[in-house]
Design a protein around this ligand. Structure first.
Ligand SMILES: [Zn+2]
Length: 292
């Protein structure tokens, strides 16, 4: 699997791997949807590969197993938040001999969601892991990772992707028109995951068909009582705004669609739904009542 973009990060890890200086615990931090976990999987392969290849196709037994997502010494933990029992299990398993390769790798997602107890269960292992074990923790909110975890890992901040790179990733997964792709790419701010999310949302969601009557709009927005409903509503509204922008060229519509993306990101942080809905309502009435 070739990773698109992230030349700087490839250079950093390429060097430490060549010089055999890979640290035992890293945090890969950076925006959602830029490929940090994929990158971590490539790192895991490089750690286990018998040919020492990194970011290159290799058909050795370990790379083949890893490419199939079935290597017994690559542990990918995606539960969020990490449960205490799971953290304890990781800690004790880390001291066992690898099953197939000479080393083993743990990729642990959402490092920012570790609670104090789960983190405590991992601390000792992160600090003094067995020689044959490497950890790659992943987060899009580095500052929210507990200090005790941060202080035991080397943080590598991943940059966002260029528009060309986002487009290259999107092209691999989506058959949307050039125009829709370009628009999603340009407002994705360097996140391929977000660009794909936008394209998918435009496809799935029905046209936004609010009457734009402020009172009805109020009840409509008020009825969004969980984050998924808010996301679906915003995605539908987003599609509508882009249509309006296409027809009218109104910069207000474009600015609002960007605003929508910004506030959607806030949903990822435990923002109060009440405040979110209120902001959304005020802004929506303000923009949509502007006849353009
Ligand atoms: Zn290999």
């Amino acid at each position: 699997m070739n990773i698109i973009g992230h030349d700087r990060e490839k250079e950093i890890f390429g060097r430490v791997l060549r010089e055999n200086r890979l640290h035992h615990a890293y945090i890969l931090s950076g925006r959602d949807g830029i490929g940090k976990k994929l990158f971590a999987k490539e790192l895991a392969k490089a750690v286990l590969c018998v040919n020492g290849s990194f970011m290159e196709d290799c058909k050795c037994r370990h790379c083949t197993l890893a490419d199939g997502g079935a290597h017994p010494d690559i542990h990918i933990i995606e539960e969020s938040p990490l449960k205490i029992d799971r953290a304890r299990e990781i800690s004790s398993n880390a001291f066992m001999t690898p099953l197939s390769a000479s080393k083993k790798v743990y990729i642990i997602d959402s490092a920012d969601t570790f609670g104090a107890e789960a983190a405590n269960a991992l601390l000792k292992t992160l600090e003094e892991p067995p020689e044959d074990t490497h950890f790659f923790l992943i987060t899009s909110r580095y500052t929210q990772v507990l200090h005790t975890i941060r202080s035991r890992c080397i943080n590598i901040g991943f940059g966002v992707l260029s528009d060309d790179d986002v487009k290259a990733v999107v092209r691999k997964h989506s058959m949307k028109s050039e125009e829709e792709t370009d628009r999603a790419v340009s407002i994705s701010s360097g996140s391929a995951g977000y660009a794909l999310y936008l394209l998918e949302s435009m496809e799935k969601q029905p046209e936004f068909n609010s009457t734009l009557n402020p009172v009805e709009l109020y009840y409509e927005i008020e009825s969004l009582d969980d984050k998924d409903k808010v996301r679906a509503y915003c995605a539908s509204l987003y599609g509508y705004l882009l249509e309006r922008y296409k027809k009218t060229g109104s910069e207000t519509m474009l600015a609002f669609s960007n605003y929508l993306l910004d506030i959607l990101k806030r949903l990822e942080y435990n923002v109060s739904l009440d405040i979110f809905r209120f902001d959304l309502y005020i802004k929506t009435v303000e923009v949509l009542s502007e006849k353009s």
